[in-house]
Design a protein around this ligand. Structure first.
Ligand SMILES: [Zn+2]
Length: 169
């Protein structure tokens, strides 16, 4: 393959969006999704999607992967950093009410597995429990706290269009 073509393909692959194999919330539909990635929240861009759900709604792993970090943050409350199997993308879940029992850092999880429950921990309003969800493209060092944010809205819309099935309920 000519070197020029190869570098072109490599450049294109960098911008490729991840493919989810399960929705974070079972029964999600397009009306539940609103693109707020570019909205200003506090000091900066939201760079995530908020999915409004009742407190205690199960939250699922969107891919097969590894629980890279369970972190209690002031704005995010109880959060999960889920890496895909090759460590290309990180899936971030925030404002969780609680984690699934026995969830541990370094643990392998399967797509569709319940990993947590919706809540309003961190700076979310107690009246409006929701899942704050986003995707990061990880750097070569694969540090859980560092990456380029990717808008989850088109990624989730694509998943819904493809028809998400095979979810463990
Ligand atoms: Zn949010």
């Amino acid at each position: 393959m000519p070197a020029q073509l190869l570098s072109l393909l490599l450049a294109a692959s960098v911008t490729l969006a991840p493919t989810l194999t399960a929705p974070p919330i079972v029964g999600l539909n397009a009306q539940d999704l609103h693109d707020t990635f570019d909205q200003t929240r506090g000091q900066g861009r939201h760079e995530a999607i908020d999915i409004m759900e009742p407190r205690g709604t199960p939250v699922h792993a969107v891919v097969d992967g590894t629980i890279a970090k369970l972190f209690l943050s002031k704005p995010g409350g109880n959060t999960i950093y889920l890496f895909d199997q090759v460590g290309e993308f990180c899936y971030y879940y925030a404002h969780l009410d609680r984690y699934a029992p026995n969830l541990r850092e370094g643990m392998h999880v399967s797509r569709g597995q319940v990993i947590a429950f919706v809540g309003s921990t961190g700076d979310a309003s107690p009246d409006a429990p929701h899942l704050h969800f986003t995707i990061f493209k990880l750097e070569p060092e694969k540090r859980w706290w560092k990456g380029s944010p990717i808008n989850p809205y088109p990624v989730l819309m694509h998943l819904l269009k493809m028809g998400a099935d095979g979810i463990s309920r």
